[in-house]
Write a protein that binds this ligand. Structure first.
Ligand SMILES: [Ca+2]
Length: 387
């Protein structure tokens, strides 16, 4: 779903180092070490097994300790305690979820939801237009008033894949939006390296007003030299990103083309390399000028793994050994890895669990505990492994 699932890729050796002239002087990204599978820190507990979820893409903590399951065709289900799911919203008639990577793609509660009742949805509609709209919940998050839709932002998608679409508020109160490179393959149009369009970029906007949006004054191009909405660029298809609730760091998984899946830490104004670089390597060439690009902090090779899904830095309390570890997974293989900080400012990536899930997302509870979303319909809680 996040990039290239139609591709049948041969098994490649994980962790093979492929050097190329022009690799820059950044610390090398960590390599996945699958031999570390005996770390066995985590297990999964299935939740809400009586419920039916249609292509779930997100599991979001909301008001009153409720959770919300965002379904790609355009419904959102609310889960509270162990009660049966209730319908929060149904906008299927407005959503074009035909293409594999289109649909209802994101949801965010306003940081001030308890006073302004605002909820934001991100979806693709007809003519492959990405839309971000504001709605109001008039009953504290039990249901959404879908008649209250106010379109704040639109972006035409040239092709049906790489629509990105996640929306999440940062600790600064601004709305962050991730869009892919416009789709197709190889970013032939050079969208990601073009600062004058919004494709292949992380955007940051202020939706605190009554209509539309404004540009935060400290956005990298607020004064010009690029589209003012852009926060970071050179991305291929950001598929799940999150803010570390303790440090505020922005962690982003970027789906690779054919060779390298990557984990990035996003800096304002950072150029993450696509389509000159794929991971920490020149894309499609034996050499490239890598100056000005920020390499990922971790990468892994395509093979049975094929499409990265970003997670969260663990800040829960149930699994002590995971404190401060960034969890992420792969959509195709179902593996879940942890990025452990090393002693020199880098990270060691270790396999935590090999599952059979199609991991479309991770979720984070108010208590910092983490969840896994299975695209074929299931929610799991990450727990400590027995013994
Ligand atoms: Ca990159």
């Amino acid at each position: 779903m996040p990039g290239k699932l139609w591709m049948a890729l041969p098994m490649l050796l994980i962790g093979t180092q492929v050097g190329c002239a022009g690799d820059n002087a950044n610390a090398p990204p960590s390599r996945v070490d699958d031999s570390f599978a005996d770390i066995a820190l985590i297990a999964l507990t299935p939740l809400f097994e009586a419920e039916q979820f249609s292509r779930p893409l997100a599991f979001i903590a909301g008001p009153d300790n409720a959770f919300y399951v965002v379904e790609q065709p355009g419904r959102i289900q609310r889960l509270f305690d162990n009660q049966p799911a209730t319908l929060f919203a149904d906008i299927r008639s407005r959503v074009n979820s035909g293409p594999n990577e289109a649909g209802l793609l994101g949801m965010a509660f306003d940081p001030d939801f308890t006073t302004n009742s605002r909820v934001y949805l991100s979806y693709t509609r007809d003519n492959l237009q990405s839309v971000i709209s504001r709605f109001v919940s008039r009953n504290g998050g039990l249901t959404l008033d879908t008649d209250s839709e106010q379109v704040l932002f639109t972006l035409d998608q040239p092709k049906s894949n790489h629509n990105g679409g996640q929306i999440t508020f940062g600790p600064d109160g601004y709305l962050y939006i991730g869009f892919g490179d416009g789709g197709g393959s190889g970013d032939h149009d050079g969208n990601s390296q073009n600062k004058n369009n919004l494709l292949g970029a992380m955007l940051r906007i202020d939706v605190g007003g009554d209509s539309g949006y404004t540009i935060p004054a400290d956005n990298p191009f607020a004064q010009g030299n690029g589209r003012a909405e852009i926060y970071a660029w050179g991305l291929r298809n950001p598929w799940r990103w999150s803010f570390d609730r303790q440090t505020g760091d922005l962690w982003l998984a970027d789906v690779g083309q054919n060779k390298w899946e990557e984990i990035n830490r996003i800096q304002p104004g950072g150029n993450y390399g696509w389509n000159i670089r794929e991971g920490a390597h020149c894309y499609n060439t034996s050499s490239c000028d890598s100056s000005g690009f920020i390499d990922p902090v971790a990468e892994y090779a395509n093979g049975s793994d094929c499409s990265v899904t970003g997670g969260y830095v663990y800040r829960g309390t149930a699994i002590e050994d995971l404190e401060g570890v960034y969890l992420y997974g792969d959509y195709c293989s179902g593996k879940i890895w942890g990025l452990f900080p090393d002693d020199s400012g880098g990270f060691d990536s270790h396999l935590l669990l090999d599952t059979s899930l199609r991991i479309s997302s991770f979720g984070e509870g108010e208590d910092g505990e983490l969840y896994v979303v299975h695209h074929w319909g299931g929610i799991y809680r990450i727990v400590a492994a027995e013994g």
